[in-house]
Design a protein around this ligand. Sequence first.
Ligand code: HEC
Ligand code: HEC
Length: 192
Amino acid sequence: MTKKTPLLTSLLLLLAVFLSFSSPANSAADPEAGEKSASACIGCHGNKGQSKNVQWPNLAAQQSSYLINQLNAFKSGSRTNPMMQAIAATLSEADKANLAAYFSSLPAPTAVSDAALAAAGQEKAALCLGCHGNKGEGRGAIPRLAGQQPDYLVNQLQNFKHGVRQSGPMQSIAGNLSDADMRELAAFFAAM
Ligand code: HEC
Ligand code: HEC
């Protein structure tokens, strides 16, 4: 890559790298075993993965590979959050695969969001849809954003921008977003 490589080309290269790391869902994963283990999750993430707290993410219909990656990141400490690091530390490889199979199989979540902010966010979302999908549904290692809690999305964009959460493509992308952009984009995806 030369210094003249346009931003979009760099982003597409990063995407290709991410996708090459994302493995297909583990065929041995057992969603019924995942549903049993999920009793340890629903206190925060809500019944059927639909959170009632705008700060806490919905897990329903999230991409299975993405869920496993995040549980690994909390376990290794490359993504930091005291509650989730303590929980992820107790999970085996099979637990993670089963939980991911269960949550990814649930019906899509919904979130409450501001209609005027969402309309403004739609104008700015074209770059995001290229990776996160035209319906915000995500793919493999790229998370679903549709129906996610808007305050949670804003927090994560701030975390990427300030390097609290590390991820190649998202740090540079969030680095270019203002606080207002983040609130508008979050409202748009939450309403999808
Ligand atoms: C005490 C509350 C609590 C419990 C219990 C809990 N979580 Fe979490 N979880 C959180 C919070 C808060 C976050 C957001 C962390 C952040 O801001 O980075 C989170 C984030 C996550 C994420 C990342 C979601 C995303 O969109 O990136 C996954 C995956 C996850 N939790 C899975 C689980 C699983 C599986 C369980 C049960 C084994 C569980 N959590 C139990 C509070 C909890
Ligand atoms: C080059 C592909 C790419 C583009 C473009 C992109 N994203 Fe992402 N995004 C990712 C990947 C990959 C992750 C997962 C990062 C990780 O594993 O921690 C992610 C994660 C996120 C998360 C965290 C979600 C969660 O559940 O914690 C948010 C929020 C997000 N992106 C918002 C956006 C927004 C808003 C835009 C447009 C301004 C955008 N992304 C553009 C690839 C992309």
